[in-house]
Design a protein around this ligand. Structure first.
Ligand code: SF4
Ligand code: SF4
Length: 66
């Protein structure tokens, strides 16, 4: 949550439309990304690979941990 700078790269790369800008702001004033419909995630990890700030991780079977 603190690392996200709301660049939107992960939102744009996700093939399943899972990610959105959240309603909450981090301490730097960015609306960090959250999963809108995590059940649609196919675990491709494109969001993880593209994030320039290592702010998002994909882990099988854990669900969303903000
Ligand atoms: S999680 Fe990473 S790629 Fe996605 S908006 Fe935040 S900083 Fe950008
Ligand atoms: S791992 Fe899930 S949330 Fe990330 S880009 Fe792939 S489908 Fe989207």
């Amino acid at each position: 949550m603190e690392r996200c700078k709301e660049c939107g790269l992960c939102i744009n790369v996700c093939p399943k439309g899972v990610l959105v800008r959240g309603e909450e702001y981090n301490s730097r004033g960015y609306r960090y990304v959250v999963p809108k419909n995590i059940d649609n995630c196919i675990g491709c990890k494109l969001c993880e690979y593209i994030c320039p700030d290592i702010a998002i991780f994909v882990v099988r079977g854990v669900g969303y941990e903000g």
